[in-house]
Design a protein around this ligand. Structure first.
Ligand SMILES: *Cc1c(COP(=O)(O)O)cnc(C)c1O
Length: 460
């Protein structure tokens, strides 16, 4: 069922503009070389349309900016903390809140608190920082996502679903005691921004209840996931996104949030839990890693903007336009015959680099190569999500070779117009036309952790 075929426009008007630079091909070539062919290492001043990430790149509303002026910068007990706590309880339904500087701060806390060495954490695919913190705490990740998620060509609408048989196998193999929690992301970033269905989450809840296993919710894009449930899951179409978000959260025991995505702020996150013991321990540990439990590494004004952003993020007009803009770009590329991950995700369009550059072997980093070529063409910055992001197995030292070798065109919220999306689509088409002449890259510098951020490459 196609969502949003009719014309639509952004549900806001523009009050302030930020000029962006247009560069020449020679300037881009020099900048790319300087950056070691890694788009993370480009200066943003050299970028025309920045689709590197939707993280912290949203445009805040006038209400949020007004909220920034209401910052209560008291060290302890800031009124903005209580506003944020109210917003988390009202819109997400979790009882206890620990603010953190961003999502990975919350991941660090929950991993330290719940994971013991030798534990296994099953999840609907991994996310880079989530898995890194699970491993640092001595755990290992087990992938229990449905097979369709690893198949870029499958059009299954809920590729974020858990395969309950895979989870059962992990439980049979290790025992429920070795599983501190199941880690569930809404939506699944690494699968291409794919949602989990409400029914699957209910079935997962039933199975985990039977074994006394928690569900910890990576709720970074929960409103986007709820929007997809509303439009794709039978019986959900008459519900509000706000209502569906609440139900998703109610099926889990706690959550980590990168508020830099759904919640429309430039920095911020939190850990939320319904369990008093976990809350107590998190309140102890947050003091070591983030700051006091009523600010967690954030300014009061940041918490106020987050509290307001959470309310805006579940607004029907907002979420329809947000996901709609991504679908608009994705549909343009599909119509032009560009291989992308189907169905189109909620926060970005993912190019299938293996299909785009079939002559470049995975050991020559096809997605990294394609991201570099896209920047060269028109100054559009994208990100690799393939073998470079996947990293190495910590035991064998070998590269993980993921099925999915993708380039992510991530759309920031409320920042670009449909005209920008047209320019992006035209650039992808130009690179596609000259794809046969594109060769791969070799890695010449590899950092120890999350190598995709700082690795450097040279042309083969
Ligand atoms: C961004 C992200 C995180 C980590 O959050 P940060 O705010 O970047 O630390 C965790 N999970 C998912 C799914 C994300 O997209």
């Amino acid at each position: 069922m196609p969502i949003q075929r009719e014309p639509w426009a952004e549900p806001y008007k523009i009050k302030m503009v930020e000029p962006i630079t247009m560069t020449t091909p020679a300037q881009r070539e020099a900048a790319l070389k300087e950056a070691g062919y890694n788009t993370f290492l480009l200066h943003s001043d050299d970028v025309y349309i920045d689709l590197l990430t939707d993280s912290g790149t949203s445009a805040m509303s006038d209400r949020q900016w007004a909220g920034m002026m209401l910052g209560d910068e008291a060290y302890a007990g800031s009124r903005n903390f209580y506003h944020l706590e109210e917003a988390v309880q009202k819109y997400y339904g979790y009882k206890h809140l620990i603010p953190t500087h961003q999502g990975r701060g919350a991941e660090n806390l929950i991993s330290r608190i719940l994971i013991k060495p030798g534990d296994v954490v099953p999840g609907n695919m991994y996310f880079t920082t989530t898995r890194a913190h699970q491993e640092l705490a001595g755990g290992s990740f087990a992938d229990i996502i449905v097979d369709e998620a690893h198949d870029a060509k499958s059009t299954f609408p809920f590729k974020g679903n858990v395969d309950l048989k895979k989870l059962q196998a992990v439980i049979d193999q290790h025992g429920a005691k070795k599983i501190p929690y199941v880690s569930i992301a809404t939506t699944v970033n690494m699968a291409g921004g794919q949602p989990i269905s409400l029914q699957n989450l209910k079935d997962l809840r039933a199975l985990t209840n039977k074994h006394g296993i928690r569900i910890i919710h990576d709720m970074t894009r929960v409103a986007e996931n709820a929007y997809m449930i509303k439009h794709l899951e039978k019986g959900q179409e008459h519900r509000s996104v706000q209502d569906i978000v609440l139900e998703i959260c109610s099926l889990t025991d706690g959550a980590t949030m990168s508020a830099k995505k759904d919640a429309l702020v430039n920095i911020g996150g939190f850990l939320a839990t319904n369990e008093w013991d976990v809350f107590e321990e998190a309140r102890n540990q947050v003091v070591l890693y983030e700051g006091l439990h009523t600010y967690g590494g954030l300014a009061g004004r940041d918490m106020e903007a987050m509290a307001i952003g959470i309310g805006e993020s579940v607004g029907e007009d907002h979420i329809r336009a947000r996901v709609g803009q991504v679908l608009y770009l994705g549909n343009k590329l599909i119509e032009a015959g560009i291989p992308i991950v189907l169905p189109i995700g909620t926060h970005g369009v993912f190019l299938d680099a293996k299909a785009f550059l079939p002559h470049v072997p995975q050991t020559a980093y096809p997605a990294q190569t394609l991201a570099a070529e896209l920047y060269l063409d028109a100054g559009v910055r994208t990100m690799e999500r393939g073998v470079v992001s996947a990293g190495r197995n910590k035991e064998t030292g070998e590269d993980y070779m993921p099925e999915l070798e993708l380039v992510r065109l991530t759309v920031p919220r409320r920042v670009y117009t449909q005209a920008h999306m047209d320019v992006v689509a035209a650039s992808v088409l130009r690179v596609h036309e000259r794809r046969a002449s594109i060769t791969g890259l070799k890695m010449v510098y590899e950092p120890k952790y999350l190598r995709f951020f700082q690795a450097r490459f040279e042309k083969i």
